[in-house]
Design a protein around this ligand. Structure first.
Ligand SMILES: *[C@@H]1O[C@H](CO)[C@@H](O)[C@H](O)[C@H]1NC(C)=O
Length: 200
């Protein structure tokens, strides 16, 4: 607003030549000082606005968040479940953890910034004839989506993805569903990944 006002003044000063009006000639120095004062004020404001925008841009750029992990580190193999209540799957084999928002000791991802996040998870298991294999994606204490598969025998696997709007400090983890199975080994069948799509 201030910028456009002073710019208009500048145009007016430029358009009126001193010879066209003797009255104007008298007041001209006053006008130009007023215009210069206004322009100076506008420039100070503009500089402050640019610095604010630069700060906000850098804050957004600094929030780079992406992680990917599998359940077990190389060389290990394990069957998990069935458990009566759904435990958090702690994905220990971290492949990528940009921004360190995923904690491989707890299996919990904590949103460092408000924004839209994408998550993908896969759970694999060997069918035992009486249990499926299923994993919930859990936001805070809410079960959001389940990946589920059932086979009487042989290897089975299910995957799912979800996009969530998270607040700063919201936590996301994957829980093995009650009375279901999971398996992991060097082939990294059971995985959890996520990334910040964009801050909001
Ligand atoms: C990661 O989780 C572990 C286990 O809950 C906890 O002790 C530790 O403080 C967490 N680390 C960070 C950086 O939050």
């Amino acid at each position: 607003m201030k910028i456009s006002v002073s710019f208009t003044l500048w145009l007016l000063l430029g358009a009126v030549s001193p010879s066209e009006s003797t009255d104007y000639q008298k007041t001209f120095p006053q006008d130009i000082y007023a215009a210069l004062r206004e322009m100076t004020a506008s420039l100070v404001q503009l500089k402050a606005d640019v610095m604010t925008m630069q700060r906000e841009f850098l804050q957004t750029q600094g929030r780079q968040v992406a992680f990917s992990a599998s359940l077990l580190v190389g060389g290990q193999a394990a069957n998990l479940g069935p458990f009566p209540s759904p435990p958090t799957l702690v994905f220990q084999n971290v492949i990528t953890n940009i921004g360190n928002a995923y904690n491989s000791s707890s299996g919990v991802f904590t949103a460092p910034v408000r924004g839209a996040y994408n998550f993908e998870w896969t759970v694999g298991a060997y069918g035992d004839g009486s249990h499926g294999s299923a994993a919930w994606l859990v936001r805070n204490s809410d079960q959001v989506f389940m990946a589920y598969e059932y086979q009487t025998s042989g290897f089975m696997s299910s995957s799912k993805a979800v996009t969530l709007l998270l607040k700063v400090g919201d936590v996301v983890s994957v829980h093995l569903a009650a009375n279901t199975l999971a398996f992991d080994n060097d082939n990294h069948h059971t995985t959890f990944s996520g990334f910040l799509l964009f801050p909001m």
